[in-house]
Design a protein around this ligand. Structure first.
Ligand code: ZN
Length: 300
């Protein structure tokens, strides 16, 4: 049976067959040309790249994480995870294509609400960190950044960028290419976690820009309003249909000060305080946000 979403990276025909993804030794094979790839037993990914990865254009040129407390990170992550599950459940996709999927962890996280999951990743991150549970339940693909995406047009319900949109240097060219893969009436979901941004900005100021790259524009930092404005100008046939945002005043702080978080209420209370301020009309655009914005594609 031909895969309904992928197409051959070598000949572009929609004639890829995948051995059952439930088996570890699955194979992708094109019926139209000689293209064939085994699933990596290490990462669980099918490497559909035809050329070596181009480091300088890596979508996920990732950088050092902020030092900080595990407690803070786990609280932010659990808030983000709950928001994601709720939004994806409401969108009811039968097919999800997650671009910049890293090692594939979100495919596991969302597996009961996202339909068939296709994780696409251009970098070698899967080699560094692998979610073993994703190996045999999801279709995970490494692809070339400088070639057409090996996906059929209008074939997916939900296109997601989960913590990857702000790593795209040129959304004006990248977004339309992926948008063409979404069926009419389908959705785009962008999840951004900017909670560390203002702390990074401060650290960069103190270290003369030595520590983080984003201050030179590697990341674009958005509020929901500025994100909607940017995406709407790139994709005129999209409409924002859902916004979820949570605001985290408490920074992800390291060392002795981080012991404040021994009191679980400190993080929650400070976040609630910031939400209150923002809801009262204080427009703190980049105050440190985790947010999800969903867009729908026009049907005509
Ligand atoms: Zn082929």
């Amino acid at each position: 049976m031909y895969d309904q979403v992928l197409r051959c990276p070598a000949c572009a025909a929609p004639s890829l067959q995948i051995g059952s993804v439930a088996t570890v030794d699955a194979v992708i094979r094109c019926d139209n040309c000689n293209f064939k790839r085994d699933r990596s037993p290490v990462t669980g990914f099918f490497d559909l790249r035809l050329s070596p990865p181009q480091q300088e254009r890596s979508l996920l040129a990732h950088e050092l994480p902020l030092p900080g407390t595990a407690k803070f990170r786990s609280r932010v992550y659990s808030a983000n995870r709950a928001m994601m599950r709720q939004v994806v459940r409401d969108l009811r996709p039968t097919t999800t294509m997650d671009v910049g999927c890293g090692p594939g962890g979100w495919g596991t996280e969302l597996r009961d609400v996202c339909g068939a999951y296709y994780g696409l990743e251009p970098s070698d991150i899967p080699l560094e960190r692998t979610h073993t549970s994703a190996r045999t339940t999801q279709t995970l693909i490494q692809y070339d950044l400088d070639r057409p995406v090996p996906v059929q047009d209008a074939s997916v319900d939900l296109l997601s960028f989960i913590a990857s949109y702000d790593h795209i240097p040129d959304p004006g060219t990248v977004l339309p290419e992926f948008w063409a893969k979404v069926r009419p009436g389908g959705h785009l979901l962008i999840n951004m976690t900017n909670y560390g941004t203002w702390a990074k900005t401060l650290i960069n100021a103190l270290t003369h820009g030595q520590r983080f790259k984003h201050a030179e524009g590697h990341f674009r930092v958005h509020s929901p309003t500025t994100l909607i404005s940017e995406v709407s100008s790139i994709l005129p046939d999209s409409t924002a249909v859902r916004v979820e945002a949570d605001y985290w005043l408490a920074p992800n702080i390291p060392g002795p000060v981080g012991r404040l978080y021994v009191l679980p209420g400190v993080i929650r209370a400070s976040n609630a305080g910031l939400k209150l301020l923002i809801n009262r009309g204080l427009h703190m655009r980049n105050a440190g946000t985790i947010m999800i914005v969903a867009f729908q594609k026009a049907t005509n």
